[in-house]
Each structure stands twice: as C-alpha cells, then as structure tokens.
Write a protein of this length. Structure first.
Length: 217
C-alpha cells in the first residue's frame, strides 16, 4: 500500500507573517516530504494576548504570503471564531479534514518547551505527530529539558532527531537554518517609521502600509 501523504500544520499569530516563517515552512516541507504545509493564523491566542493586528488582517497577510507556493495552503479554522482557539480542537478538526493523510503538528522548540502550559497538552501529544524545529542558537539539546521526553530514546537520522516521548510516541526534531526575523521586530520597526523591506514579501509590506497597521504599538 502507498504511504499516506503527509500534511504539516503550522500555527502562529503571524502578526505579521514574514520570511522567517516562510523559509522555515519551506525547509520542513522539503525535509519531511510534506505534500502541504497548512498555515493556521490564530485568533486570540490564550498565551499571547498582545496581538496587534486584527485576525482578518493577519489572515489576509498570510494569504498574500502563501500564494505562489503550491505546497502552502491557508486555513481560517482558528481566526474566524470569536473564542480563543485551542490547538487540541484545531488538531482534531484538521485530522478530520485530512483523513487518510499523516498529520504533523509543527512548532518551534520554544513553543514545545512551553507545552505544559497548553490546554490539554497530553491529549495533543497522544494524537499528533510532532515536528519540532530548533533554530540556532537554540540548541537541539534543550529539548531534553522537556518533561515529556524519554531521554534515553533519541536517534539522529540525518538532520532529524527522532526522540521518544514518555507516552510512547515519537517526535521529530529538525535543525533548520535560522532566519533572524521576528514579528515583534517588524511591528517595532513600523511603529518607529523604519524600513521593513526584505523581511517579508512585498505584497505583505504593501498591505501593512495601505492598511496602516502597526503604526502605534
Ligand atoms: P512574535 O515576535 O510576535 O513572537 P514570531 O515572529 O515569533 O512573532 P509567531 O507567529 O509567534 O511569530 O510564530 C509562529 C511560529 O513560527 C512559532 O512556532 C515560532 O517558533 C515560529 N517562528 C517565528 N519566527 C521564526 C523564524 N524566524 N524562523 C523559524 N521559525 C520561526
Ligand atoms: Mg514568537
């Protein structure tokens, strides 16, 4: 039987989306032979309440950014609701939507280390294959600080570490080439009237200017 196609879920506030996100997603798409990377802009993330742009703007910027890459798609599953979105629910819905595919949840190592604070984290770990991206200077070794990890069960396969979890599942941790761009820096630059050229697609830059986003922090 043919192997199922693989789908990667890439959630974030994307406030705004930038080349750090896009480059990371593209590297993982190639490395894990993902058929699609689904970008999922969050609504009002429970752990990140200082989001600056409205969900509809963040969604629109992500739409502009992913157009042109057939391997990238966008989902409005989180940002159309009034309620804060929880990964556990998004995951269940995405598994229904992509039934028959292997669904991977992509997150940064920083996010993975924060998982104990997430709503129903254990359920997420039980139901999702995780792809954790480590970008230098965050060392892959840092993953061993996580209480979910079985420290004696770690194998390198090329650029990817396969790490056993205490619940019996296996997580993949990939080291990706860092692109030192953050949404925080972009918002600050706009508010201070500095240039954001080459940090994000031109279409997104124009959208920010036209809609006067991030002028005041
Ligand atoms: P902020 O500065 O507001 O925290 P951000 O740039 O970190 O924003 P998020 O929307 O918080 O962007 O990130 C979504 C996901 O993308 C997270 O899993 C985060 O680890 C990852 N990510 C953010 N910036 C980069 C980058 N430059 N390279 C690779 N991954 C990134
Ligand atoms: Mg961040």
């Amino acid at each position: 039987m043919a192997e199922p196609t693989r789908i990667g879920l890439f959630g974030g506030t994307f406030d705004p989306i930038h080349y750090g996100h896009l480059r990371a997603a593209e590297q993982l798409r190639e490395l894990f032979e993902l058929e699609k990377v689904v970008f999922i802009p969050a609504n009002n993330p429970p752990l990140k309440r200082n989001t600056q742009a409205l969900p509809r703007h963040r969604f629109e910027m992500a739409r502009l950014a992913v157009s042109g890459n057939p391997g990238f798609v966008l989902s409005d599953i989180e940002c159309t609701f009034e309620e804060p979105s929880y990964t556990v629910n998004t995951l269940a819905e995405m598994k229904r939507q992509y039934a028959g595919s292997a669904v991977y949840l992509i997150m940064g190592l920083d996010a993975f280390l924060e998982m104990p604070k997430w709503f129903k984290a254990e359920e997420i770990l039980a139901n999702a294959a995780l792809i954790v991206m480590s970008r230098p200077p965050l060392e892959m070794e840092m993953i061993k600080a996580s209480a979910y990890i079985d420290k004696d069960n770690c194998q390198m396969e090329g650029k990817v570490a396969r790490i056993g979890l205490k619940n019996g599942n296996v997580l993949s941790c990939a080291s990706i080439s860092p692109v030192y761009i953050s949404s925080t820096d972009i918002r600050r630059a706009v508010s201070e009237g500095r240039t954001i050229k080459y940090l994000l697609p031109e279409s997104v830059e124009s959208y920010i200017i036209t809609n006067e986003l991030y002028k005041k922090l």
